[in-house]
Design a protein around this ligand. Structure first.
Ligand code: SF4
Length: 343
């Protein structure tokens, strides 16, 4: 299916940040080396518009990688003004940006309204004060809850970013954070499991043996748990895992659950859980357990159901042995699977 929406990312690495959080190195993850000004913003937007596919119906500019609302007001106006010119000309629909939860107040939100900002993303990362302190965030969970309420009351779309696996975090804390984030009624969330980037305090802690990142497996399980929680509340998860890094940039990842297709792996894990639960239910309900089952998998989502290199099928065969499992692809719109038991 062709894409109908385009986001033009404009990185403002560490602009407005009062300090560096232990895990953060925007220079490493954004590949931007100079802070932007108005002409940089215009050039960036123009360049993206020139490559816009015919299928694209809506375009937005997105300021990421810093604490936008804490940037000096004159520079905020310069950057937003440059992007707003394209809104006035009908070339882009609006602006989104990310910021710290403790830098959101009424005056700052009014300024964003002036320039056509429609979505504000807050880097809450966790709703545990212990985790926030251990990660050097410099704000509390209450700050994030307050910022979320202000953003919603002011009529912006709200996105909450969460980072499971930070120092002091555990599976229960991550799920508690997800629950609190859901209670803030965001329009969407992003989940970025913590990875250890070079030239960060976290890298020092890791080298000193004082921080252990999540394994890829734990990060997948935890992200899948969080996604299931948000799915129950009908809150879209618009990103899971870092954007794929260019080959030269992966050297900046020292340790942790970075994978270029992390989001796909989590979706495949969720599909595996669907099959596992259905299959376990069928086997439990059978008076005499079947010796063979056949899975009918929707063709449309076969990659996610089968998993990376077919690993979901291998997992199911191992877990449910000695039941013989085969699968066929069916032309179905329904994401559920149909299980046929061979009795
Ligand atoms: S996590 Fe956000 S607030 Fe902290 S240093 Fe990075 S960009 Fe700045």
């Amino acid at each position: 299916m062709s894409k109908t929406h385009m986001t033009i990312p404009i990185f403002v690495p560490h602009l407005g940040c009062p300090h560096r959080c232990v895990f953060c190195n925007q220079w490493e993850t954004s590949a931007v080396r100079t802070p932007p000004d108005a002409s940089f913003v215009r050039e960036k937007i123009r360049a993206h518009l020139e490559t816009k596919a015919a299928s694209i119906e809506s375009v937005e500019a997105a300021f990421f990688g810093g604490s936008f609302t804490a940037i000096d007001e004159a520079l905020q106006r310069e950057l937003l003004g440059a992007a707003h010119g394209f809104i006035r000309d009908g070339l882009i629909r609006g602006i989104r940006l990310s910021t710290r939860p403790d830098c959101v107040n009424t005056a700052r939100l009014e300024l964003l309204h002036e320039y056509g900002v429609h979505t504000i993303e807050i880097g809450a990362q966790s709703f545990s004060d212990v985790v926030l302190a251990a990660s050097g965030r410099g704000h509390s969970a209450a700050d994030s809850i307050d910022a979320a309420a202000r953003i919603r009351q002011a009529g912006f779309s709200l996105v909450i970013q969460l980072m499971p696996g930070l120092p002091g975090d555990g599976p229960l804390e991550s799920l508690r954070s997800a629950r609190t984030a859901a209670d803030c009624a965001p329009d969407a969330v992003r989940i970025y499991p913590a990875v250890v980037l070079e030239h960060t305090r976290l890298a020092d802690l890791y080298r000193e043996g004082r921080y252990e990142p999540l394994s890829l497996e734990d990060a997948l399980e935890r992200s899948a748990d969080m996604r299931e929680l948000f799915a129950e509340k009908n809150i879209p998860v618009i990103r899971t895992g870092l954007h794929p890094l260019a080959p030269g940039e992966t050297a900046g990842v020292l340790a942790g659950p970075y994978h270029p297709a992390f989001g796909f792996l989590v979706k495949a894990r969720l599909k595996r859980r669907i099959i596992e639960r259905e299959l376990a239910g069928v086997l439990e309900r059978s008076a005499s357990p079947p010796s063979a089952v056949r899975l009918q998998i929707p063709l449309r989502e076969k990659e996610e159901y089968l998993g990376h290199r077919g690993e979901n099928m291998e997992h199911l065969k191992a877990r449910f042995a000695p039941v013989h499992i085969t699968r066929i692809l069916v032309d179905s719109d329904r994401p559920e699977i149909i299980i046929e038991t061979a009795l």
